[in-house]
Design a protein. Structure first.
Lengths: 294, 297
């Protein structure tokens, strides 16, 4: 490894390790999204606004098909918005005249069903970002990838293909693949949806550990209220379609958190406070009975 | 933290069970010999041979009396001086095999070299697909045999028209399967690649190509079979050597033994080429082989 690259790497890891709370302010203003799959307009998101502070662990809760993923897709640049604006650190991502945000490594998505490239080993997957962006050479990127995988407790698995490790391991590697790019925002789309309760609890602790270490802004979509309160700083409850902001709950449980939080009185009260709002929307969504939109 | 402990124990387990290549092959062989599969295969083959022998040589059933039986066939096939001129010990037998195989190799190489990039580009670029797909879909249903007269007129000699026909047949299969391969790639891989800051060429080489590989190799296995099919058809019409020519020539001379030798040889050579393609695919897709192995396949 050249000296310059080593310096660069050190610089990168320094950035990752220091808690930073100046980057990653996400501002969603009056965002509306209308789908017209068959000439019939469907209002998916209806002037939804929220302000996510830099370094906030923000949880988005709403019934299935309410338009949570539509919001995430708009931030990531996978889909356009019909009106409104989304800013990241006061920079316009999408808005009037620019319906679709440009995709970039400052906002990285961790997908519901996992999207590690199955034809690359975990280490190659993690090294992919810095390599294609030209930040690091292939060798340096791989060295860095192995290092970061080891930090996440995945040191032994760098040479394995995603198909050879458990879904929990794969999901953690996917988060490492995001973090190596030093993103401003991590967008998680129900990443633990398909997991059993025991694996889920391990995943939660691992994610909390990552968050405490990096203080990266996290935009986490779920429909599991307890997960939302256990992990998040703030819980945004959304209405069923069309998606609007229904309720914001501040979770002032101190960090670092662990599983004892779940049996605390404070946790129980927060769930109680939020549950009515979520349940009401769930019933509405069920009555609508429509399929989810992409 | 707990997670580290979990990771290290799992790692230790996988180290414990790291077998060498040879011992693994031996283990698999022993395991296979304990299943009924190999014995059933031998039994099936024997039953088939005995039936053939009874029908054609012992009972001489109607429709079977013209067919050479296995005993007659093997006697000539294994003779150093065969009555009908074709056996393991004659040079001409290998010449037929080699000439057909060489034609297949050339045709398959051209078809793969053109078909895979064509399919990849069609899958990758909507615009390119809009241009090329209608042409492909119109040409594809034309049976290869319908091309024979034109191919003979277009190309001089024996070699070129035969190779052209075999190439054409396998080109369609390869292109179409490659295209389907690209279209089968999960959208989330493209999205992930976009998030991670890929430029179009990265998407092409890191997502499109490896993602389409499983379909490409399925296509190549079919395409090599189709190439043999049209090659033999072409050799029957126009040719000077090759297994198709051998079969047709035997028919013209009313000798059935070399005819069936040619047919059986085609079966084995075709099987061998498909196996080679499958092997190459497995070598290039270790990620898939390993994942499938864990599922017990």
């Amino acid at each position: 490894m050249t000296q310059q690259a080593a310096a660069k790497m050190q610089d990168m890891s320094a950035q990752v390790h220091t808690a930073r709370t100046t980057k990653g302010a996400l501002s969603i203003r009056n965002v509306t999204k209308i789908y017209d799959p068959e000439g019939v307009n469907i209002l998916a998101v209806d002037s939804c606004s929220m302000e996510v502070a830099p370094g906030e662990f923000c949880m988005i809760v709403g019934p299935s098909g309410c338009g949570k993923t539509t919001l995430l897709n708009a931030i990531a640049g996978f889909h356009s918005i019909t009106s409104g604006e989304i800013f990241l650190d006061r920079k316009l991502l999408c808005g009037p005249g620019k319906p679709t945000a440009a995709q970039g490594a400052d906002r990285i998505v961790v997908f519901q069903n996992g999207a590690l490239f199955p034809w690359k080993t975990l280490a190659q997957n993690v090294a992919y970002g810095p390599m294609v962006q030209g930040v690091l050479s292939k060798r340096d990127a791989l060295d860095k990838a192995h290092e970061m995988l080891a930090e996440a407790g995945l040191g032994e698995f760098g040479g394995k293909y995603p198909g050879e490790v458990s879904s929990g391991m794969a999901r953690r590697a996917e988060i490492v693949r995001a973090l190596i790019n030093n993103p401003k925002v991590l967008l998680l789309d129900e990443p633990y949806r398909a997991m059993d309760g025991l694996t889920k609890s391990i995943m939660h602790e691992a994610l909390l550990e990552v968050y405490d270490r990096t203080k990266v802004t996290i935009f986490f979509i779920t429909h599991d209220l307890e997960e939302a309160i256990f992990l998040g700083d703030r819980v945004y409850v959304l209405t069923t379609r069309p998606c609007r902001l229904k309720k914001v709950v501040n979770v002032d449980i101190p960090r670092p958190r662990n599983y004892e939080v779940l049996s605390s009185e404070q946790f129980r009260l927060l769930v109680e406070e939020t549950n009515d709002a979520v349940h009401e929307e769930a019933i509405k969504a069920f009555r609508l009975g429509e399929r989810e939109l992409a | 933290m707990n997670n580290h402990a979990i990771a290290t124990t799992a790692g230790a387990d996988s180290k414990l069970a790291a077998p060498t290549r040879l011992s693994l092959t031996w283990y698999r062989l022993k395991k296979k010999l304990r299943t009924p599969t190999p014995y059933l295969m031998v039994l099936g083959l024997t039953l088939w041979m005995v039936t053939w022998w009874l029908f054609s040589e012992v009972w001489k059933l109607p429709r079977f009396e013209k067919m050479p039986g296995p005993v007659v066939l093997l006697k000539d096939w294994l003779a150093s001086e065969p009555f009908y001129g074709i056996s393991f010990f004659t040079e001409i037998y290998y010449e037929h095999i080699w000439i057909s195989t060489r034609r297949i190799l050339i045709a398959f190489a051209i078809a793969t070299g053109l078909g895979v990039p064509l399919g990849l580009f069609m899958g990758w670029s909507k615009k390119f697909k809009d241009y090329a797909f209608p042409i492909l879909e119109t040409l594809r249903p034309i049976p290869i045999l319908a091309w024979v007269p034109l191919a003979i007129l277009m190309f001089k000699g024996f070699e070129a028209p035969v190779i052209f026909l075999a190439t054409l047949a396998s080109l369609y299969v390869t292109t179409l399967n490659t295209l389907l391969g690209v279209e089968s790639i999960d959208e989330s891989y493209f999205r992930a690649a976009g998030c991670l800051g890929s430029k179009p060429r990265h998407v092409f080489f890191h997502i499109v190509v490896p993602g389409a590989l499983p379909f490409i190799f399925t296509g190549l296995q079919i395409s090599v079979g189709v190439a043999w099919f049209s090659l033999v058809a072409a050799e029957m019409v126009s040719g000077d050597y090759g297994l198709g020519y051998l079969i047709m020539q035997s028919y013209v001379n009313s000798v059935t033994v070399p005819l069936v030798i040619g047919m059986v040889t085609l079966g084995f050579v075709g099987w061998f080429t498909s196996a080679l393609v499958r092997r190459a695919g497995n070598l290039m897709m270790q990620w898939r082989v390993r994942a499938l192995a864990l599922e017990g396949r």
